[in-house]
Design a protein around this ligand. Structure first.
Ligand code: FNR
Length: 379
């Protein structure tokens, strides 16, 4: 990733911008209106979405001098694997709407393969989860589950993910119904988005059995069945059932309250994912980064993953300093994907990593342990 920095210092202008604000402006112009509303939008007046990013400005690092930062180690251990960096690609459903060929999920997986940054592959993929896994090549991948109401369909998706080679199941808790998203509601976008082909669902044998025909033979009925099957309301009493579906580590995504983290850890959950879905599910909430330290403290050493508002390498380092074990990149990689497919998403991930790496060097914190020990000051 340092190649981007070196090229820039030699006067070579990169194909895509290296910062989030310029990238977002370029992506905004490039995406068709419905895609733009869906991807860029959040709930209500988007206070929480904006706060997520603004929240990082409330924390500051203090550099340390006379430390040899010429070599850095950004690797982490997670789910029994050593990973080269502490970032991953957060799940983004129907990513296919962001690329002209409709195969954005495969392109995202290719970006993962190109960078070694793991992909948390969404249930709502326009390509079957097996094909997405194949495209991640040697990079580990995790499967994000939107739990269907039909328990056999849920079991089938998890079994397919395990058989395909995914190494963890990430259960998203906050999206059994979509939030109040004015941009999409005002523009009437939802039917168009539902029309996006959801091949992962459609390729499922239990789904096809319920439908009684091949989805291609009756697309309207397939979309209807998808809408009907989406969104089981999970409660604490469902955790043993989820556990019974797989031997893989289970991660709960969407935990912001420390009491919920504590209860999940007590129930034997393998990792907590502190996230408010980028402000797409509930408006009026506090920035996710402001809850991170409390969630980490309540998790008693169980790894805490984090996303919502990460826009740069310095945001990554701040989240690590606040105790995140690994940090998820969401909208930024999708903007890269919309602008230049797999290469664009890979470029964004490389820029974020290069900035984090350089920052750790100049701050005199060449390891993640040093970043954590140094911490951040609340401004
Ligand atoms: C998402 N997110 C999401 N989360 C999830 O668990 N499954 C999914 O399918 C999706 N789909 C999705 C689509 C789009 C267009 C966006 C922007 C987000 C939420 C995502 O994983 C992550 O939590 C947020 O994107 C984090 O916020 P920022 O940093 O992207 O603002």
């Amino acid at each position: 990733q340092n190649a981007i920095y070196l090229a820039g210092t030699q006067g070579i202008v990169p194909k895509l911008p290296v910062d989030f604000a310029t990238l977002e402006a370029r992506a905004k112009d490039a995406m068709p209106p419905a895609v733009r509303d869906y991807v860029m939008g959040g709930c209500g007046d988007e206070f929480t979405q904006d706060e997520n990013a603004r929240g990082f400005h409330r924390y500051g690092m203090v550099p340390r001098m006379l430390v040899d930062g010429t070599t850095r180690d950004l690797s982490i251990e997670l789910f029994g694997r050593r990973l080269p960096s502490p970032i991953f690609m957060s799940p983004i459903g129907v990513a296919g709407i962001a690329t002209p060929d409709g195969h954005g999920d495969l392109a995202a997986a290719k970006a993962s393969a190109l960078t070694g940054v793991p992909l948390m592959a969404s249930t709502l993929s326009n390509d079957p989860l097996e094909a997405v896994y194949e495209a991640t090549a040697d990079t580990p991948a995790w499967f994000q589950l939107y739990t269907p109401r039909d328990p056999e369909l849920a079991a089938s998706l998890v079994a397919r993910a395990e058989a395909a080679g995914y190494e963890a199941i990430v259960v998203t808790l906050d999206t059994w119904v979509t939030g109040w998203r004015p941009r999409d509601l005002n523009a009437g976008n939802f039917p168009q988005l539902k029309g996006a082909v959801l091949q992962n669902y459609f390729s499922d044998p239990v789904f096809q059995q319920r439908l009684g025909c091949a989805p291609a033979d009756n697309p309207a009925a397939a979309i209807g069945l998808w809408v009907q099957s989406f969104g089981k309301v999970l409660t604490w009493s469902d955790l043993p059932w989820l556990r019974s579906l797989t031997k893989l580590p289970i991660v709960l995504k969407g935990i912001c309250h420390p009491d919920d983290a504590r209860r999940a850890v007590d129930a034997g959950i393998d990792a907590i994912f502190c996230s408010n879905h980028g402000g797409r599910q509930a408006n009026g909430g506090i920035a996710a980064i402001d809850m991170l330290a409390d969630v980490v403290a309540a998790s008693g050493g169980v790894p805490v993953l984090f996303d919502s508002g990460i826009r740069s390498g310095s945001d990554v380092v701040k989240a690590l300093a606040l105790g995140a074990h690994a940090v998820g990149i969401g909208r930024p990689w999708l903007y890269g994907l919309a602008l230049d497919g797999a290469e664009g998403a890979a470029h964004v991930l490389r820029c974020i990593l290069a900035e984090a790496d350089l920052l750790m060097a100049v701050n005199g914190c060449p390891t993640i342990e040093a970043v954590r020990a140094e911490g951040v000051r609340r401004l």
